[in-house]
Design a protein around this ligand. Structure first.
Ligand SMILES: *[C@@H]1O[C@H](CO)[C@@H](O)[C@H](O)[C@H]1NC(C)=O
Ligand SMILES: *[C@@H]1O[C@H](CO)[C@@H](O)[C@H](O)[C@H]1NC(C)=O
Ligand SMILES: *[C@@H]1O[C@H](CO)[C@@H](O)[C@H](O)[C@H]1NC(C)=O
Ligand SMILES: *[C@@H]1O[C@H](CO)[C@@H](O)[C@H](O)[C@H]1NC(C)=O
Ligand SMILES: *[C@@H]1O[C@H](CO)[C@@H](O)[C@H](O)[C@H]1NC(C)=O
Ligand SMILES: *[C@@H]1O[C@H](CO)[C@@H](O)[C@H](O)[C@H]1NC(C)=O
Ligand SMILES: *[C@@H]1O[C@H](CO)[C@@H](O)[C@H](O)[C@H]1NC(C)=O
Ligand SMILES: *[C@@H]1O[C@H](CO)[C@@H](O)[C@H](O)[C@H]1NC(C)=O
Ligand SMILES: *[C@@H]1O[C@H](CO)[C@@H](O)[C@H](O)[C@H]1NC(C)=O
Length: 685
């Protein structure tokens, strides 16, 4: 409690000097004045706030005189005490403003006035000791008055000193600027100390020293920085270093919040390509997150997958681009994109034959095995015809630039990649249409027939289409009326003999058969008829001779074919005159060319009338050792012989009337000169 020293201040003396009768109004005025004075004196001094300091350092006791009264001098007291007996304060004097004042106290030489003007009563105490701790008060003195400040300034001198204060930031987030402050409520101009940051956050440091009188004097250092997520959990230290080497520090650990970092899709087994069906595990791995991740979201080709099964036998449709996104309280972070490829053999498809399955021979034809799903790409196609591998192609089509009838068939295809092949895809039946082929004639009972029997000619052909085939028959290049597959010659006659062929036609075209020769011979009845006419014995001899020659001399040279053989009759070959002469006069005719020109005729053996002329003889005009002559004397009654008038035959012409049948070795015939008068005939068996 502040209180007035002595009985009263100056106002009391004013009262003493006045007369008693005039006292009351003045007393009242004085009372008011005193009250104002007391108020003024109560607010006469403003002292600084409490100071804490280390031993050996200094302390500034800031002070300001506020009263408008005239001040004679002032005195700083240490722990002053009011002595009620003498109504005055007693205590250790710290500082007296009177210049030549002698001081004998522990504060001598350690206190100095640092005020800048007469109203400034600030002092500095240096070389502080623990004993300096206590309350300091200021006494003002004027003419006839003293006043001890009501307030006091407490000083604490200790090892701990004022204490470092490092202010933690409530919440730190990535990329949001923060400032850390480290301060100490102390400032001594004669006692050096430093505040520094021990940090590796690349922050900016700034020192602020507050020295306002009446407030806490403080030294503050500020660290400003933009935290990165990597700064989380870092230690930051504010270090105080004092003059005497002692130091103090405060450390905080940063708690930087940030969205999940290093989000990656981890796929096991570690690959990007999987064979269909492989068991694959998808995991979303977050390396760093503060606070912890609360949710994972998966996407495939940017489309959310929900729910997402992280472990599966991979299917073709699982191929794609995967991302996962991790979320925490602060935000969400996507992973990089991971492409997953699924490998599989080509999937099944179909095979088609564009523009119809019927193709014309010699035109082009295409079969298509349309593109199938496959990974890796299809490398080739295998084509099968009737289930047998037919061809391998690089493209998806099988191309026939000139399709053949033999290309008809059931086709199928398979697509191949490095992993395998697709199932077989059936194409339709490829039908190649063609004009008749292999047109041929068969003769029943055979090419060599005797007259009066039924002969059946049949024309066969292979064709596609083979319904509605048109048949046209030709005999000796003359078209016949009937147009059917089979052609019947009922009761065949000599006139039916000759060349036959047929022409077969379908919608595509026509083709011609080989030429077939029909040989018609006289029946045994007819032969018998001629035999009865009388030349039977002669002919019988000829037959015998013919047989001998056949099995003897001719066996080596005579070419026999199945077509030429006839079991039922012998035939005499009658050569046409001029043809034979042409042949013989020129080079030796080949056997083929000879047979080409052969006309067949039946040699008849009429019975001899004289009965003695039919023995073998030689031609007297042209004896030829290799020739065997059979002489058939023309009977005078044999008028049936064509172009021979028997009545004109004279005895001299007898030789001419004899018809020679020559049986000769053909090899040697080439060397023989032809007798122009002889009609040659070849006896064939
Ligand atoms: C008093 O003096 C001190 C020391 O020189 C100074 O820091 C302070 O500002 C002064 N106060 C005023 C009110 O002038
Ligand atoms: C105060 O301390 C300083 C060094 O700390 C010393 O040089 C000086 O003599 C001391 N003064 C007194 C009065 O003790
Ligand atoms: C301070 O001033 C008062 C009034 O003038 C005087 O009585 C006193 O002796 C002075 N004190 C000192 C130490 O000079
Ligand atoms: C100063 O110290 C005294 C005694 O220790 C105490 O009574 C007083 O309240 C203190 N004043 C201040 C401002 O701290
Ligand atoms: C305090 O530090 C300043 C500069 O760092 C220096 O000039 C001064 O001499 C120091 N004072 C003491 C007492 O060490
Ligand atoms: C900080 O202070 C502690 C004791 O409080 C001490 O062990 C540590 O070494 C100090 N650190 C630094 C960097 O001075
Ligand atoms: C996690 O992140 C740290 C750096 O923060 C890095 O060194 C480490 O390799 C990462 N680990 C994985 C699995 O990504
Ligand atoms: C034609 O005949 C030949 C020989 O016999 C045969 O290989 C071929 O398949 C036949 N052609 C047709 C179209 O039937
Ligand atoms: C006629 O048939 C033969 C075989 O039989 C064949 O080689 C030829 O191509 C056919 N002609 C036509 C026009 O089809």
């Amino acid at each position: 409690m502040d209180s007035m020293e002595g009985a009263t201040p100056c106002g009391l003396r004013i009262i003493n000097n006045m007369g008693a009768w005039r006292t009351w109004p003045i007393v009242f005025l004085i009372f008011l004045f005193k009250d104002a004075l007391n108020k003024d004196i109560n607010r006469s001094v403003q002292l600084g706030s409490a100071v804490t300091a280390w031993e050996g350092s200094c302390a500034v006791l800031s002070c300001k005189i506020l009263t408008y009264r005239t001040i004679a001098n002032f005195t700083w007291y240490y722990n002053p005490e009011y002595d009620d007996a003498v109504k005055t304060f007693k205590g250790t004097i710290v500082y007296q403003s009177t210049k030549n004042a002698e001081l004998n106290s522990p504060f001598a030489d350690r206190v100095q006035y640092v005020g800048t003007d007469e109203k400034n009563c600030t002092i500095l105490i240096t070389n502080l000791t623990r004993q300096d701790s206590g309350s300091y008060q200021l006494r003002l003195m004027g003419k006839d008055w003293k006043w001890m400040s009501k307030s006091m300034l407490n000083l604490t001198v200790s090892d701990a000193g004022p204490g470092l204060k490092l202010h933690q930031v409530p919440e730190m987030q990535e990329n949001q600027k923060v400032a850390l402050t480290c301060s100490i409520d102390y400032d001594c101009p004669f006692y050096n100390m430093t505040l520094t940051w021990l940090q590796n956050v690349n922050g900016k440091e700034e020192m602020i020293i507050k020295k306002d009188i009446g407030e806490k004097r403080s030294t503050t250092t500020k660290l400003t920085f933009v935290p990165s997520w990597k700064d989380n959990n870092k230690m930051i230290t504010c270090l105080l270093q004092r003059m005497n080497g002692a130091n103090d520090n405060r450390t905080i650990q940063l708690d930087v919040k940030y969205p999940p970092k290093n989000v990656t899709v981890v796929i096991k087994p570690d690959s990007k390509q999987f064979r269909e069906g492989t068991l694959v595990t998808f995991e979303c791995v977050v390396n760093n997150s503060n606070p912890d991740v609360t949710d994972f979201a998966w996407r495939k080709n940017k489309i959310p997958l929900f729910p997402f099964s992280g472990k599966k036998a991979i299917r073709v449709e699982d191929a794609g681009m995967y991302t996962c996104e991790a979320t925490n309280e602060i935000g969400k972070s996507p992973s990089d994109e991971v492409f997953v490829e699924v490998l599989y053999p080509p999937k099944s498809s179909s095979c088609t034959i564009p523009n119809g399955t019927n193709k014309r021979e010699h035109k082009e034809a295409i079969l298509k095995c349309p593109s199938m799903q496959s990974n890796p790409k299809i490398s080739s196609y295998e084509w099968f015809k009737s289930r047998k591998l037919y061809k391998t192609t690089n493209s998806d089509s099988l191309y026939f630039p000139n399709v053949q009838w033999t290309d008809s068939g059931y086709y199928s295809c398979k697509a191949i990649n490095t992993l395998g092949s697709s199932p077989e895809a059936e194409c339709a039946y490829l039908r190649v249409e063609y004009a008749p082929k292999n047109v041929s004639i068969s003769v029943s009972p055979g090419n060599f027939v005797t007259e009066n029997i039924n002969v059946q000619l049949t024309c066969t052909a292979s064709a596609n289409p083979n319904n509605n085939l048109e048949y046209t028959w030709y005999h000796k290049d003359q078209a016949l009326q009937k147009s059917e597959k089979g052609y019947v010659l009922p009761n065949v006659q000599m006139s039916h003999a000759g060349e036959y062929y047929c022409v077969v036609q379908n919608g595509i075209g026509s083709n011609k058969s080989q030429v077939v020769h029909l040989h018609v011979s006289y029946s045994t009845n007819t032969i018998a008829m001629y035999s009865a006419a009388g030349i039977g014995p002669l002919i019988a001899i000829i037959i015998i001779v013919a047989l001998i020659v056949h099995f003897g001399v001719w066996q080596k040279t005579c070419r026999k074919t199945d077509n030429d053989r006839s079991d039922s009759a012998f035939f005499v070959l009658k050569k046409k005159h001029n043809e034979v002469s042409d042949q013989l006069e020129q080079d030796a005719p080949s056997e083929d060319s000879l047979t080409d020109r052969i006309n067949y005729a039946s040699l008849q053996f009429p019975m001899s009338s004289n009965g003695g002329q039919n023995q073998p003889r030689r031609n007297p005009n042209h004896p030829e050792p290799n020739d065997i002559y059979s002489v058939v004397q023309k009977p005078r009654s044999a008028a049936e012989y064509e172009n021979i008038d028997s009545s004109k035959i004279t005895q001299d012409e007898y030789q001419d009337e004899i018809h020679y049948s020559i049986i000769t070795n053909l090899n040697k015939s080439t060397a023989r000169e032809r007798d122009p008068d002889v009609e040659y005939a070849m006896l064939k068996h």
